[in-house]
Design a protein. Structure first.
Length: 565
């Protein structure tokens, strides 16, 4: 009986223990045999299991990212990956609750089966997209357009290569990773797209640009007069754009003007010339000039056709507006006004041009109501017309150029005609203050053939005669205006200087062609000025004033230096 009682007590004790274990398993503790991502959490409380699993989840896996030929291996956390320990334990808790009584009893006696549960992970798509974008940023390139450029070495239009754009598709890879956080390899598709302008598409335009670049000659119909452009001058008349050949209208028209200036022979009005100290009449002469609208159209069409190397420009007769019979009697002419200047210190070349220009202006007669044009009276500034090289202002420098000194004559003519009260139609200034035109600062006129003329209108109601007196021995030039003297008084004031700007420091430019240690001055310093000259005219209509404005740039001295001695 005693032994049986002891056995009964043991059974009772075992039953009590089972009851206690079952009660405990159904509380805070997880069922035996449960594992989450390899971490044994069976029999642990929620807090204990969370601590154990957090330690395991603290080490994220590594992910290999591949885009094109590039490969990176990074921690998953950099790509927005994160483990959710609490969600993982929630699955273990549900597994505990769902166990049968037999499974619980077996667990208490150490016979519970092992149940493996996965670690719950998540990927933030936005974080993954941003991280992948940063990682592959160096692969993302915009397409590079091909371009047509002019190669100075070969003197040809050439095409620079194009390159496609590339972009790694980070959004698509981030979406895949968010859908499957267990991935350890991510491949990013790399897409390419062509440049807007490819070399293949531009090459025909470059070839046409090169075909257009050839010497080109024009001729005035009805004459044997010709003028031409070099291949490089022709190349300057158009742009080679991605859309094809695009004429540079401004440059094309300027080239046309230069060519027609060589072709045109305008009519010459009757005029006077000096013979033996007396004025002798010279008969008018018809001329022939280009018919400008039609000639420009013909030039434009031909020069932009690579198959054409020359063009005949339509012309028309230029008729004089003043005949021999209409010339006034020299005996009845009176001196209206005069202008003077000095060219002391000029080079021999400059003196030649002053004398030539003065002789060409001498005897010019301007009919009533018409404009005096200095360039028309002068003719072209060419070597064929007797002009030689001299210093001119061009491109921001004082340089050697054909016709240096002609502006001495245009300035003197302007002083005479302005003093006569003639209205100014066109007048240009020099870039900087020129010593030859002192002391009448600002009272000057610059001309350039073609493009910059000096024109004043003869409003005296009678023809006027231009007479030049060139005293080479004393380096002085006088221009006189003769005609029927109008009843008016003209007063020209000295220059009113409004502002003065000091000249910049001197500039030294190396010239390897100079002797060793040599220094040569090629430009001279001048302060800048803003000024005006006022003219007052009194006649039967009353008193009126006008003014000529001038703005001189500050000009630096320039010295050329040879190699060091």
């Amino acid at each position: 009986m005693k032994l049986w009682g002891v056995g009964l007590s043991a059974a009772a004790l075992l039953g009590g223990a089972l009851a206690m274990g079952l009660a405990t398993e159904g509380g805070d503790r997880l069922a035996p045999g449960l594992r989450v991502a390899g971490v044994d959490v069976g029999g642990l409380s929620q807090d204990q299991a969370l601590a154990a699993l957090s330690a395991r989840a603290a080490t994220p896996p590594r992910v290999t990212v591949q885009a094109g030929e590039r490969r990176w291996t990074v921690e998953a956390s950099r790509l927005g990956w994160q483990a959710d320990a609490r969600a993982s334990l929630e699955a273990a808790r549900r597994a505990t609750q769902n166990r049968s009584l037999v499974q619980r009893v077996r667990g208490l006696v150490g016979q519970a089966p092992v149940q493996e549960l996965p670690l719950v992970t998540r990927v933030d798509p936005a974080a993954a997209r941003a991280a992948l974008g940063r990682l592959t940023a160096e692969l993302n390139t915009q397409p590079r357009d091909a371009a047509i450029v002019f190669d100075k070495a070969s003197k040809r239009f050439v095409v620079t290569p194009d390159a496609p754009g590339r972009r790694a598709d980070a959004p698509a890879a981030a979406a895949r990773y968010a859908a499957d956080p267990a991935l350890t390899t991510l491949s990013l598709p790399v897409t390419e797209w062509k440049a807007r302008y490819t070399a293949a598409a531009l090459r025909p335009h470059a070839e046409r640009g090169n075909a257009l670049m050839r010497p080109f000659t024009v001729r005035l119909e009805g004459t044997d007069r010709r003028a031409g452009l070099t291949a490089l001058q022709v190349a300057n008349l158009y742009w080679v754009r991605p859309g094809g050949i695009e004429p540079d209208e401004q440059t094309l028209r300027a080239a046309f003007d230069r060519l027609t200036a060589q072709l045109d022979r305008p009519a010459q009005n009757a005029r006077f010339t000096g013979q033996g100290g007396k004025l002798v009449k010279v008969a008018e002469r018809a001329g022939r000039v280009t018919a400008r609208p039609a000639a420009l159209a013909a030039f434009r069409k031909a020069v932009l056709d690579p198959a054409t190397r020359s063009a005949a420009l339509p012309g028309k007769v230029s008729r004089p507006t003043l005949t021999l019979a209409e010339l006034p009697d020299p005996a009845g002419l009176k001196l209206i006004a005069s202008g003077k200047s000095t060219y002391f210190g000029s080079s021999p070349e400059r003196r030649v041009n002053v004398a030539n220009a003065a002789a060409r202006i001498h005897g010019m007669v301007v009919p009533a109501g018409e404009d005096f044009s200095f360039l028309t009276a002068l003719g072209s500034i060419t070597s064929e017309n007797g002009f030689v090289g001299g210093l001119i202002i061009s491109g921001g420098r004082t340089v050697d150029g054909l016709g240096g000194g002609v502006c001495q004559v245009s300035t003197t003519v302007f002083r005479a005609l302005y003093q006569a009260g003639l209205p100014v139609v066109e007048r240009h200034q020099h870039s900087y203050r020129v010593g030859y035109y002192e002391p009448q600062v600002g009272f000057e006129a610059a001309v350039y053939d073609p493009g910059l003329d000096l024109r004043l209108n003869n409003d005296t109601r009678a023809p006027i005669f231009i007479k030049t007196l060139n005293d080479e021995a004393n380096s002085t030039l006088e221009v006189q205006v003769w005609g029927i003297k109008p009843q008016r008084q003209v007063t020209v004031s000295p220059a009113t200087i409004l502002a003065r700007t000091p000249h910049p420091p001197a500039q030294y430019v190396f010239n390897p062609n100079l002797p060793a240690g040599a220094v040569r001055q090629v430009d001279w310093a001048q302060d800048g000025y803003q000024l005006h000259i006022t003219r007052t005219i009194k006649d039967a209509a009353g008193t009126r004033t006008d003014q000529v404005d001038t703005v001189y740039k500050p000009w630096r001295a320039v010295f050329e230096t040879g190699p060091r001695g």
